[in-house]
Design a protein around this ligand. Structure first.
Ligand code: ADP
Length: 497
């Protein structure tokens, strides 16, 4: 089965969040299911530099329009040339990694915001996005891409099924995956003439969205099927509270909507071999984690303590519930906890965390940066990871936490709800508990969850049993890749009917 995946991010070439991890790992996992994936990614400068260093692979050249460049690059060079969008620090992929990629020439990553809000196109101009380049380059014919199915991710690629439906390839099955419905790619209606779509596409069953043009909305109308990244989120987005204006359309298409939880790349995230941590360990020798904990405490200037060392690895935003966490910090320290925070985001929230670090020197440390290697050390050294998100389509950091014996403390929403088993007395007795969850998402409930965590930390046997249980959890792509492969087959079979 040949699948063309279209995404604006792919690890290790360009990453701002979980979408990149999925873009990089899912194609590799699908190989085991006889699905061959070619990925189309924007040719951000960092991506183009990485491709230039290709030692293997084929570069078929620049298109006449100057907008795109197709290559099929093999991965060895990625280990020497770690690539991230220019604002982020570097990451390293294992030398064996292969990322079949077809980058398109695009402006720097920063001009294409993932929110669709930070840098809107100038009035009357089309926004640059992968879908546009696909259309512009008539990719199917020029590059002889003849996929059995096209799988697109989020609003940046959502116009691909729209172009397919209105001319390019209505007969090819398409799947759109929603990684976060908060980011919709909504633009003023005056870009419509620049999209080169037929006039009737500006309608309620096309790209028209409350009088504007909605990229995600158009993609949700046009794609053959819709998926999102956890079963709970698939239900939540049918409600006004989580659907962000698209709940009506999604309810209408709910027969075609499914939720498949993300996995993680278990080779990159493996505490037994991870090159970014100080001491390797597995479920059988958890004692070695201690050295990672010491290194982590040193990095964040934390003193020794009896309570758990919590960590946060996150965008500091309201979605992630960071305002709620900021309100509990004095109590967290009073309970004997320590906290290491890695992340940046809303200036006001950053300031709250910096202020707490000043109030509690040695107990709270903050590094306002994006640092992939440090994020690995934190998972390997911290006792628990805090994820109090207001909504969380899937979430990856709790999965890394499970694999690394860093117990997740999570809000009961979306993928967090589907992947963490709360330490209720029944779950502890059944040896099934893997973390702590709370809901509804309020400061008081978060406070209670912190208290429960601190209390259980004082029972080392129970704590270790939970770590081991978490480390046994199935968090790889194995099961989910099978579900995607099944969904692809179903859609391709539907083509014949
Ligand atoms: P989202 O995509 O909504 O930001 P996810 O949990 O799905 O949240 O994915 C976040 C990804 O980004 C994870 O791989 C996480 O480790 C990584 N990440 C987030 N913030 C940082 C940071 N400051 N430094 C390093 N990695 C980070």
């Amino acid at each position: 089965m040949q699948v063309l995946s279209v995404t604006s991010e792919i690890y290790p070439l360009v990453k701002t969040g979980g979408l990149a991890d999925v873009g990089g790992a899912l194609p590799l996992a699908l190989k085991g299911h006889r699905v061959s994936v070619k990925t189309l990614v924007p040719g951000y400068p960092a991506v183009m530099r990485a491709i230039e260093g290709a030692t293997t692979g084929e570069i078929t050249g620049q298109s006449r329009s100057g907008h795109s460049m197709i290559s099929s690059a093999q991965g060895p060079m990625f280990s020497k040339s770690p690539m991230q969008a220019s604002t982020f620090s570097s990451s390293i992929a294992p030398p064996s990694m292969t990322v079949p990629a077809a980058p398109m020439r695009m402006p720097p990553a920063r001009t294409i915001s993932t929110t669709g809000a930070a840098s809107p196109p100038s009035p009357g101009r089309r926004p640059d996005c992968p879908a546009w380049a696909c259309q512009r380059d008539r990719w199917r014919n020029r590059h002889r891409l003849r996929p059995d199915l096209v799988h697109v991710h989020d609003w940046q690629a959502a116009m691909v099924p729209v172009y397919m439906r209105y001319g390019e390839a209505p007969e090819i099955p398409s799947l759109i995956t929603i990684h976060n419905i908060a980011f919709q790619g909504r633009f003023s209606a005056d870009i419509f003439p620049h999209l080169e779509l037929p006039a009737h596409a500006f309608s309620i069953d096309g790209v028209e969205y409350y009088g504007d043009v909605g990229f995600l909305k158009g993609g949700l109308q046009a794609a053959w099927a819709i998926s999102t990244v956890s079963p709970s989120y698939a239900e939540e987005i049918l409600t006004p509270e989580y659907g962000m204006g698209l709940e009506g359309l999604l309810t209408y298409r709910s027969d075609d909507l499914t939720g498949i939880v993300n996995g993680i790349d278990a080779d990159i995230w493996n505490p037994e071999t991870d090159p970014n941590i100080v001491a390797h360990y597995g479920a059988g020798n958890l004692k070695s984690r201690e050295r990672n904990k010491q290194a982590l405490a040193e990095r964040f200037g934390l003193v020794e303590g009896d309570g758990p060392l919590f960590c946060v690895i996150s965008r500091l935003t309201l979605q992630k519930g960071m305002d709620l966490l900021a309100e509990t910090l004095d109590e967290l320290v009073a309970m004997g906890g320590r906290l290491a925070v890695l992340g940046s985001g809303d200036r006001d929230l950053e300031n709250l965390f910096h202020a707490a670090a000043i109030r509690h020197p040695g107990s709270i440390g903050v590094i306002a940066a994006y640092d992939e290697p440090l994020s690995h050390l934190m998972q390997a050294g911290a006792d628990a990871i805090l994820i109090p998100s207001r909504f969380e389509p899937c979430g990856l950091t709790q999965l890394y936490g499970l694999r690394y014996g860093c117990l997740p403390v999570v809000a009961r929403t979306g993928g967090l709800n589907d992947t963490v088993i709360d330490a209720s007395s029944a779950a502890i007795a059944a040896k099934a508990a893997t973390g702590f969850s709370f809901g509804p998402v309020t400061t008081d409930n978060l406070r209670r969850a912190l208290r429960r965590t601190v209390r259980l930390y004082k029972e080392p046997k129970l704590w270790t049993a939970m770590q081991k249980q978490g480390m046994k959890s199935e968090v790889s792509w194995e099961g989910s890749a099978a579900l995607y492969a099944g969904l692809y087959s179903e859609l391709i079979a539907r083509k014949g009917t």
